[in-house]
Write a protein that binds this ligand. Structure first.
Ligand code: PEP
Ligand code: MG
Length: 561
């Protein structure tokens, strides 16, 4: 039985299931006897205090496990609990006859409903976190323990209806082979934590948890986002060989070349300070994409705070290059600190560089921090969502302005190479003009695919149409790579396609010299590059570009060499 969902953290796993489904009585029935308004209110306040303290502990623990920046996830939920509105809502429910335990659940259920109705998937994907918070309040108020989370006794695939960041943090990660979740999305907290731990994860699998029993054999593909219950012999062999492959790829610390001596830089995509260490351990030649949104999770970060984060990553990378992408907030990433209005089409709206060029102070603070970090190591600055040379010129003018200000202020700074993400069809179509202004290109195939094919990258209903190997996307990639070559600037890729080993010969054939991908795939991709020859890759690329659909392209790639 196969369940289709969204790949949320790369890698594959084959193993026995441990099923975890949340069950709690309806709020009206939870924790029995009503002890009177005052008593229940006191109980409610006690529960809030207990859960609040637990969250702060988790923030500390989580900081150690996932990196300090992820501690903010738990701090954020702790903050919600201390909001006056929570106490007000509790008062209303309790006056209406609900117990403290029932009120805790009900309030969070209400809030979750409100978040689910917000525009864009970002808040909706966090609604289940609130439900879990409600369960925790309810249990704390009724003196109950959190009995549900299974303890793993052997390496297992956890199959759950949903999982909160609190539960994810509490699991024994050494025994967690993969995560299969009915709900959730790519940008949900569980997905973020799974990626930073290198645990394969698929989300949005629908009713998987209600069909699987603990102990049953299952297979999960976190790259393509599917889950198989009771896989057949053929599938077992494929998944087994992938596991063997994974084990046989020791990290290669040096930069690798193709058989004919073309050097290809294989870098990591990271989204936190802590992941830089993991990237280095996996043999990354540097960081090709630092997603800086983590800095903006709860508030606008100051210049010094950002500088400190970039400096720490550069120090960890020990002389390796670091490409810092300026903030890509907006789109599906909600950002309360800027008070942005909700939009009908957030992916086509006020996002990334568009915010930066309007809210100039916000972007300038980031640019100044990046310029200061450039004095410490090999940093590069990369602008997202560019659609025209004019935007790039404007961003570069801001960069010059920031340099002058730093100079005047007597602060040490460096001038980093400035490049762009090519992730809109407009950028690919204008690649010639953009290459005259940019010092490098990085193909953002995640967005380039969604914008070229008009397919929302996070919507499971159209997931089968979302395919970066669609020749329409490939032709735009080729146009961009050709324009870069003509202008003499390097072109790379930092979309998820960079970690797809079947696509690798095509990517090299297009002339890309830098691949930036999620950490766990780095050893495998480095090894595979050494077996390729750029002449035959180029011939393959020419052939794929002449094909009419993604299926034909995939067939060609699978037959290669
Ligand atoms: C992309 O769009 O391909 C990309 C790498 O950026 P993000 O996934 O952060 O939008
Ligand atoms: Mg993008």
């Amino acid at each position: 039985m196969r369940f289709e969902g969204i790949g949320a953290s790369p890698g594959t796993a084959l193993g026995r299931a441990v099923v975890f489904v949340h069950r709690l009585p309806a709020p009206e029935n939870s924790a029995g006897v009503f002890l009177g308004v005052e008593e229940e209110l006191a109980r409610f306040r006690g529960a809030v205090k207990t859960v609040h303290a637990r969250l702060l502990d988790l923030a500390k623990e989580g900081g150690e496990k996932f990196g300090a920046d992820k501690a903010g996830i738990f701090e954020g939920y702790a903050e919600i609990l201390t909001d006056d509105e929570i106490e007000e809502r509790a008062g209303a429910f309790i006056s209406g006859g609900l117990t403290a335990a029932g009120a805790g659940q009900k309030i969070m259920e209400e809030l979750a409903g409100e978040w689910e109705n917000m525009e864009g998937p970002y808040m909706a994907q966090r609604a289940s976190d609130l439900r879990d918070l409600g369960r925790k309040l309810s249990l704390a108020a009724s003196g109950g323990e959190d009995p549900e989370l299974p303890s793993l006794s052997e390496p297992s695939i956890l199959v759950a209806d949903e999982l909160s960041p609190f539960e994810t943090a509490a699991l024994d990660h050494r025994l967690l082979k993969a995560l299969a979740l009915d709900s959730g999305g790519y940008t949900g907290h569980v997905a973020i934590l799974a990626r930073s731990l290198g645990i394969p994860c698929a989300v949005g699998l629908g009713g998987a948890s209600s069909q699987v029993k603990s102990g049953e054999l299952c297979a999960l593909d976190g790259d393509r986002g599917f889950f198989i219950l009771n896989p057949g012999q053929n599938e077992i062999e494929i998944f087994n060989s992938r596991e063997e492959e994974k084990a046989s790829f020791a990290p290669l610390p040096e930069t690798v070349c193709t058989r004919d001596g073309v050097s290809i830089s294989v870098c990591a995509n990271i989204g936190s300070v802590a992941e830089a260490t993991l990237a280095k351990e996996r043999g990354a030649d540097g960081v090709g994409l630092l997603r800086t949104e983590f800095l903006y999770m709860n508030r606008l970060p100051g210049e010094d705070e950002q500088y400190a984060a970039y400096a720490r990553i550069l120090e960890t990378l020990d002389g390796r290059p670091l490409t810092i992408r300026t903030m890509d907030i907006g789109g599906d990433k909600e950002f309360p600190a800027l008070g942005l209005a909700r939009e009908e089409n957030p992916f086509l709206g006020f996002r990334a560089i568009r915010i930066g060029l309007k809210e100039r102070g916000v972007l300038k603070t980031q640019i100044r921090a990046i310029l200061r970090a450039s004095a410490l190591g090999k940093a590069e600055i990369m602008f997202p969502m560019i659609i025209s040379p004019g935007e790039l010129k404007e961003a570069k003018a801001m960069l010059e302005e920031c340099g002058k200000e730093l100079e005047k202020g007597g602060l040490a700074w460096g001038r980093p190479p400035a490049g762009i993400m090519v992730e809109t069809p407009a950028a690919a179509l204008m690649a010639g003009e953009l290459a005259a202004e940019a010092e490098f290109f990085s193909l953002g195939t995640n967005d380039l695919t969604q914008y070229t094919l008009a397919v929302d990258r996070g919507n499971p209903k159209v997931a089968s149409l979302y395919d970066p190997l669609n020749p329409a996307v490939l032709r735009l990639m080729a146009m961009s790579a050709d324009a870069a070559a003509k202008a003499g600037i390097p072109a790379g890729i930092c979309g998820e396609l960079a970690g797809d080993e079947t696509a690798l010969p095509l990517l090299l054939g297009l002339g890309l010299v830098k691949l930036s991908l999620s950490g766990p795939k780095i050893p495998l991709i480095k090894k595979a590059i050494q077996n390729l020859d750029t002449d035959s890759c180029r011939a393959l690329a020419r052939e794929t570009l002449a094909r009419a659909d993604a299926g034909e392209v995939r067939a060609l790639l699978q037959r290669f060499p």
